[in-house]
Every structure is written in C-alpha cells, then in structure tokens.
Ligand binder design. Sequence first.
Ligand SMILES: Nc1ncnc2c1ncn2[C@@H]1O[C@H](COP(=O)(O)OP(=O)(O)OP(=O)(O)O)[C@@H](O)[C@H]1O
Ligand SMILES: [Mg+2]
Length: 453
Amino acid sequence: LSYDILVVEDNKENQDVLKAALAGASVNVSVADDGAAAINAVNTGVYDAILLDLELPCVSGMEVLSHARSQAPLTPVIILTGSHDVRLVVEAMNKGAHDYLTKPFNIDQLMLTLERAFEFRDLKNSATIAERLRQFAVSDDAVIGTSQVWLETLARARDFARSDLLVFLSGETGSGKEVLAHYIHRHSLRKDHPFVVVDCGSIPDSLVESELFGHERGAYTGAETSKEGLVELAHGGTLFLDEIGHIDLRFQQKILKFVETKTFRRVGDTKVRSVDVRIIAATNKSLPKEIEAGRFRSDLWYRLNVMKLDIPPLRQRPEDIPVFIEHICRKFTHNGQRTTVSPAALQALRSYAWPGNVRELQSTIQRALAVSFSGRIEVRDLGLDGSEAAASRRSPDAAPSPALSLRDVEKGHILSVLRSMEGNITRSAKVLGIGRNTLHAKLKEYQITATGG
Ligand SMILES: Nc1ncnc2c1ncn2[C@@H]1O[C@H](COP(=O)(O)OP(=O)(O)OP(=O)(O)O)[C@@H](O)[C@H]1O
Ligand SMILES: [Mg+2]
C-alpha cells in the first residue's frame, strides 16, 4: 500500500528536502509549484494528504486550503509554515487544516504528522463515503422564510444550537428538516467541523450498521478492507441521523447505546471506539404511532424527545410562499428576464395544501417556469389538481373543504399524479417533490398499488 501526497511548495530547495525525506517511505509525491497549480492538482487528482506551504506567490496558500476543503473534504491538509506567523496558522486551522509543521522540521516529525493524517482519514477506504458526505454551501441566505412562525422556529433552532445536546427535528416531508439541521450545525460551536448526513431511510437495513459504525476486514463476505463508519467521519462535528424512524427495530438498541455513550463498535470488531459528535435526529413519521405499532422502541423515543423542534408545514406559513417563489424564479430564470405570477395563480399557490411542502413548491414552480412562455405564471401552468376551480372559489385564507381530511387530499393527489405519469414512480416522485422512498412508503400507507416504472 502506498500513499499519494501533494506537496505545494514554491521553493525548489524545500521541495527537494521533502522529496528526499519521503523517498524512503512508500509515498508518491506530486509537487505543485504555486497556488494555481495546486488548485489544478486538487481538481484532477486524489491525494491521501496535502502538504501546503502558506506563503505562495499569487494565489495564496489560504485559498488553496479553502479550495481543497470544499473539493476534497476528506483529504487532510497539513500546513507548512515559518515560525513567525502564528496568526496564519490559527486562521488555517480554523479553516479546516488538519495539522501544521513549523519549518525547519525533521523527518521524524514529518512522518509522524503524515501517519496521523493518514490514520485520521484513511482515504483508500472512504471513496464510497465521500459520495455520502454532502457538502453545503455555508451561507445564511440558504434558509428562506419571513413568516412569524418560521422566524420563531429559527430562533428556537439557534437556542438549541448553543447547547451541545441532541436535537430532534420533526416535520412533514419536504418541510426543511435537513435545511434546519444544517442551520443548527452552522450556529453551533462545531460549525468548522464536519456535518455528516446519514439517511437511514435510504440505506438498506442490512447495511445501516456498517455504514454508520464501519466494519473490520472480513466482517462479512465482501468486506475486503476495513472501513470507518460515518460516525467517525463526523468526529468533532455534527451527525445528522435523518429518517431515524426507518431504523430497524433490532438496530435501535445499538443506536440508543450510541446516543447515550457516543461509543460504538465497528461490525466484526471487538474494540470499543468513541467519538465526539453532536447528534441531530429527524423523522417525518409519528414516532408515538410507530411505538404503538411495535416498530419503535419507547426508550429511544424518550432519549430523542428532549429538545424537540417541530417544523411547521408550509400550509401553516403561506406568507413564506411568495418569498420562495421569488427565490426559485430568480434561481431558474436566466439572462435577467423577469417572471411574474398572476394574482389568480398566487392565490392558488397560497391555498393549496402542499403535502410535499417546500420541495413540492420548488418543483411546481420549476415546472410552471418551463411551461409558461409569457414570462407570467398562470393558474393553468401550475398543474395543481383542482387549483383552477379552487382559485376562483376560495377566499384568501379559507380552509380546505371540511369534508376532506388532509390524508384524503394527499392520497387523491398522489393518485392523480401517478395516473398522469402512467404509474412511473421515479417521475411521479419528482413531480410530487418527494423522494422515491417516501413515495413508496406513502403508496404502502394508502394501499395504492402502482404499476409501471
Ligand atoms: N426554509 C428553507 N429555505 C430554503 N430552502 C428550503 C427551506 N425549506 C426547505 N427548503 C428546500 O426544500 C427542499 C426540501 O427540504 P429538506 O430536504 O430540508 O426537507 P426534509 O424535511 O428533510 O424532507 P424529507 O422528509 O423528504 O427528507 C430542499 O431542496 C431544501 O433546500
Ligand atoms: Mg430530509
């Protein structure tokens, strides 16, 4: 096994010293002479570690660091620095550098630092995990909404963020649970550390444990190498256990233990490991109902239910709808053309029940933008079931017809979309603005049998 490292250093002499030092070890060294070359190398290559001189001409080392952090978040960056610039080192560490070496350093120090870096992120094993690690653009304007209800939700989220306790988010599909989880992370002391999403709903039951806790070589057939789990990747940061209601009853016991002690064992390993993470959990299921049905452990529920944040569904904050529309229109229209929404269409959008919440609103507007040629979205462009009639019938804040429960409306809407998509699940899910798994779950819930894709 050999490691690939990238040395970013403009000084030829220093380059040679490093190359010579690493020649004996099984390390392949690539050299970038300046920041631009380094950014290029990060874009095109995969490295197990990057040694980065901070004082570079033109493109600064700090820029290279930021680029590497966003493009290759799993690659540890080790800063090389002259002893005088402590402030720069602090800045670099805050920006996510893994470690630093002060020049002049000796070979032992170098090797020790590199070994620690390799150990920390055993990149050879984590290529698949890299795909699971979702990166967010860290900016506050990613969170939209100006309604009183929403602003209160955000304020509570910020309060929760200040503590290091488990936060439990509940809310309907598409209401912004993941958005809020990341918001809490950004407002917490762990904000400069990883935010790792584990979508328990989309990982098959048989793989959840090894995805989460990792496994040892030979733990099961096909486990040719040992692999670190997502909990280890989240070390220092926040672990977001999404759709925790989907976790298999048998595995819930281990999750409970982990939540309580932050210790775990890799599959097939006897060693107990521990990590330092803040946990955020979320679900769109009603856990009390799951408990009643014997599918969820009540002791785990008591653990989760301490700091609970209920995310209001979109229909409870219709004031946010125009804000979202404006944002979506701006994002998806090009060359400065302005899109407007007719008053009737806006009325229809405001009175619709939005079972798929913000996600459904997004896909509805995107679709309307695609089919409206006039630069103005009309009711017919929305493709909302019955919205044309509703828009002419309803007064601004009228409640939906009392004869229909929300479930009826949702079931009917799902059926009509399925019909118009000829039973194609993938396309129907897209139109509804929910994931395929969520759609499958709803079909099961409403006992709808779908034919086709
Ligand atoms: N307040 C918000 N500001 C900006 N975007 C939002 C907001 N709420 C939701 N969204 C967007 O709506 C979509 C759904 O949000 P998110 O994934 O957070 O929902 P969720 O509650 O996790 O849904 P699910 O239960 O289906 O996983 C995403 O594209 C997200 O960016
Ligand atoms: Mg989600």
